[in-house]
Ligand binder design. Structure first.
Ligand code: ATP
Ligand code: MG
Length: 373
């Protein structure tokens, strides 16, 4: 296809452009010009673009640019005859999704108009930005809840101490006893709730030390089992073969409790099953990109802690916000359960993955680096 841009020596500038296009370090396509970039037809591709998208030249030629876009994700604007830069989700031949900035520039050849589109891969940059934003959001909540929790604990301690005293000092088992028992019940429940968000030492973190994941998980399940309603069956399938991780037992218990409570709430009021399992897993079988937490330089050996339920499942809208602090779909939820989980997982250098579909239950997979002993 001949190329030129209104130069006085068409044949030479044509050749020059052709050469530059072929050897450019940026991936580039040439499209037939049209009002909407996504609908413009691909007429040429340089080698870098073939590498970037992973398609053969023959496959791309004659296709609209939308062939390379993720369906429904094309930017709405039209380039008109001006230069334009857009950011859009594209797909590779192997299914991988790429975030690409694309810069379209009108060029002419004879009396025909074309667009030269150069691509710049910003996938990693956008992923990092997203993770950073999440981490910042979590830190904000961490600071906020740290002071709140401190006051909250002091208040509860006073309520509990007084109620217990009053109970022991009330001579007759009349009305007041019932009321006081209720105060005790609520205050205890409130203490449990707050323990799920931050550890008992006022938010101070214990050092990570080698621990056996299975025994900590078993402890957490023993704690939580009595509070589950009869309609829920809690099963476990622990690896039981010395899965040692560098961990903080309090935080691991929080992870298990928050995930199991969420699972139970997703099942209620029907009947259902929660399965908690642990197993060793190779890094090659983990898609770290799916985790909302960045994992830099993952080692080869990992341990997974899975919490699966047969509950209501999670739709796309909830899924896209599920790890945001304070995000909840429950009338009395705080939206801090999964934030606490994320906070703890991040501290352990771990990752978290979610598999779910509406009506099909959910599986949260928490991954920790295995400590080689
Ligand atoms: N296993 C699950 N099944 C279905 N939805 C879930 C599951 N786990 C979490 N969710 C969804 O994610 C949201 C956020 O969960 P998170 O634990 O952070 O807060 P919450 O459960 O709403 O409130 P809290 O933990 O304070 O009780 C929930 O409101 C729910 O919509
Ligand atoms: Mg919760």
């Amino acid at each position: 296809m001949p190329l030129m841009r209104g130069g006085r020596t068409p044949a030479r500038s044509d050749e020059r452009l052709r050469f530059l296009f072929a050897v450019a370090r940026d991936p580039m396509l040439i499209l037939e010009a049209g009002p909407v970039l996504s609908e413009c037809i691909i007429v040429d591709s340089n080698r870098k673009a073939l590498e970037l998208f992973g398609f053969r030249r023959g496959t791309l030629m004659g296709k609209p640019l939308s062939f390379l876009e993720v369906a429904g994700q094309a930017p709405a604007e039209t380039p008109g005859d001006r230069e334009s830069v857009q950011e859009a989700l594209h797909r590779r031949a192997d299914g991988q999704v790429l975030t690409l900035e694309r810069h379209a520039q009108p060029i002419q050849s004879g009396d025909r108009d074309f667009l030269l589109v150069a691509f710049h891969d910003v996938t990693t940059a956008r992923l990092l930005e997203k993770s950073l934003l999440r981490v910042q959001q979590m830190d904000n909540v961490g600071v906020l809840s740290g002071t709140l929790v401190h006051d909250f604990r002091n208040l509860l301690a006073t309520i509990l101490a007084n109620a217990e005293l009053a109970l022991s000092e009330t001579p007759h088992p009349d009305d007041p006893r019932e009321r006081i028992a209720e105060i005790l019940h609520s205050a205890r429940r409130a203490t449990e709730l707050i323990e799920r968000v931050l550890p008992a030492d006022g938010g101070e973190e214990q050092r990570l030390r080698p621990l056996d994941l299975d025994s900590v998980v078993a402890d957490a399940l023993a704690l939580i089992r009595p509070s589950l309603a009869d309609n829920i069956e809690l099963r476990h399938d622990l690896a039981d073969r010395g899965l040692t991780i560098a961990g903080d037992a309090t935080q691991i218990r929080q992870i298990v409790m928050n995930l199991v409570i969420n699972a139970a709430e997703a099942i209620a009021p029907s009947r259902g099953t929660i399965r908690v399992s642990t197993a060793p897993i190779a890094a090659s079988r983990i898609n770290f990109q799916e985790s909302p937490l960045p994992v830099t330089d993952p080692g080869d050996h990992w341990v997974c802690l899975d919490v699966s339920d047969t509950g209501c499942g999670i739709d796309a809208a909830t899924r896209s916000r599920i790890f945001e602090p304070l995000f909840t779909t429950k009338p009395t939820g705080t939206g801090l359960g999964l934030t606490a989980v994320m906070y703890a997982v991040r501290r352990h250098g771990g990752a978290i993955l979610l598999h779910s579909a509406p009506g099909k239950g959910a599986t949260f997979r928490v991954l920790f680096p295995l400590l080689q002993t």
